[in-house]
Design a protein around this ligand. Sequence first.
Ligand code: GDG
Length: 722
Amino acid sequence: MSRLLIASNRLPITIQPEGDGFELRPSSGGLATALRGPHAKGDGLWFGWPGDVSLATPEQRARIDAELVERRLVPIDLTAAEVAHYYDGFSNGAVWPLFHYSLDKVRLEAREDWVTYQHVNQRFAEAIAARTQPGDLVWIHDYHLMLVPEYLRRLVPGARIGFFLHIPFPAADVFRILPWREEVLRGLMGADLLGFHTGEYLTNFARSAAQVLATDLDVDVLRWADHSVRLGTFPIGVDAAAFAADSPEVDAELAALRKNTAGRRLILGIDRLDYTKGILRRLLAFERLLEGDQTLHERVQLLQIAVPSRESIDSYADLRKEANELVGRINAAHGTPTRVPVHFLYRSVPFEQLVALYRAADIMLVTPIRDGMNLVAKEYCAARTDGGGVLVLSEFAGAADELREALIVNPYDLDAVERTIGAALQMPEEERRLRMERLHARVLEADVARWHRRFVDELERVPVLPARNAVEGGRSLSEEVSRLREAPSLLVLLDYDGTLVPYAMMPELARPDPELQSLLGRLAARPGARVHVLTGRTPASIERLLGEQPVGLCAEHGYWCRPDPTRPWTVRVTGSLGWKEPVGALLADLAARTPGAFVEEKTSALAFHYRAVDPTLASARVHELRARLAAEARTDIELLEGSRVIEVRLPGVSKSIVAAALIADMPAGTAIFAGGDDRTDEDLFSALPPEAVSVRVGRGRSLARFRVDDVSAFRALLGALV
Ligand code: GDG
């Protein structure tokens, strides 16, 4: 088992002022509860905000830090301004309402919010990078930290990074409202594995990524340029055994509750006081029920527990006021001196009381207007070891996917909610038992431990890159460049597109500018140096661009090579090209039916380009192409997938083969420098001896020892070699 590093907005404990000192309390909420147990059993670290400790004296702080170290918790301290902008502002003022389809509550005005969100995400990434060891798994949680995967990937290119979203991922049309949609998607795409509660959220994400970033979905792998991310559904569970367990404390609470409700059926709601939880609509539906049956208040009581939440945000304070007014109205109209139909508690209750409430409740109302999963629904089913109770569940909670035996309801349809509560009150015992026994069994089996295991097992499948890519130890890039500058013999192997020049709209436009021409000229003129450009382009195409330069050219990934401008092109790989005709006909047929697609013919390959094709259609066509080629079971071709292009080529052509040959041509002890930006350059890197200096341009997991952000940074490195 690899070591697991967890990152979430909050640590599983919160530090609060208490008397003269500070006290550590367990944080509330589903995420902290879900991960606390496995963290305690493992040997990993947990990064997050510990709460406001700005007023602690140095001695108090030292004591707090010692306690955190003891529990393997790494604090990310936030200033009051950071909490206001990153947490209240961006996370809960913009992302939370947008992802829950509450468009009227989305706040996008404050420029500081987004800037601070980026800044805090960067701090998380730096803290994690500083503690990551080779082989570690990093698991980042939730909408507060959506940029951390990308930021961390930049700092630790080989890291194995998983991300889980605890809230819904909205439909693409809604997501696209976010002005920073592209940055957020790029951030998430830094991960190797992205987890969602339901298939719908996963599909929404994949569609948004296709529309905004032009990614391709291949079953469950999202490809973007040269980087691929696995998508998965991991519906979270609850600590079901804890809710199913008997204890004298729970029994005592239950007895007290039964005494108080004497004779009346208990309808229960338990939620954080949040506008997504549908509390107001639930109260309205209950009001209708009371209006329809004037004697009902004698027989039922609604207990709504609303746990205080995000009180510094206006919309939450407003909600509390509205809920109070509504409860007042209902109680005034339907209460009697001895009977109050709605009991509204604005606080949380201890665990034993929570379990007792679940067991006492004849009907549990879980009617959010949107909810990622909703753990309360699952906890209720787990607690019902007696097979009693009826769950009324919103179709807009992720839990509705699994808890099919609940009474599923549309929370916007007040009449339906009213009718459903009525039906729940009338439900015959046998049906009630049948439904609850199934629900109970399911939540016990699919519990939180299983959720944790499934995600971590999947993340563990991401391959560990060879140790020589580890960032720690060894010489820095600038030290390596200085060493190469002095080397008597130097071999420079370079990719072209994306490495020496940025990608252009059309390949013909990616011309070398004067700066690049002078750079290549100086490099090739350096005593003892040989420079080769290795590209996927055809000989004619690369020659048009670099033909005048005193460098070697290898085209079609090494099928063709031309060692210098005075020598002719020669073929480096043999093999029959008889497949080109039938495969060419297949590709032409596909392209004819796919607006925006075209086929490029090379000597050793045929490339199907679909950059301009509608993403859904493109993905269907790529599947079709793969299936049709697989059906022919050809052994004389291989597929190479690039950024919105799929190439069918002669097997055995690879930059690794040319690289090995070019290295063998040089005197022993030659220093090597190589740079590239895509999957074919990984072949190149794989052929290099360990002491070679390899540099990856841009994102993505890589075998390269070093990484630079973009073409201009790469050119600066080349400049430093001469
Ligand atoms: C987010 C997503 C997703 C509540 N009141 C008391 C209390 N609780 C506990 C419940 C439950 C947790 O808080 C609430 O979890 P939910 O899932 O209902 O809601 P969010 O906080 O919005 O959580 C949600 C979840 O993340 C996990 O992925 O399901 O969709 O929004 O565990 O028991 N616990 C105690 N007293 C209370 O009064 N002891």
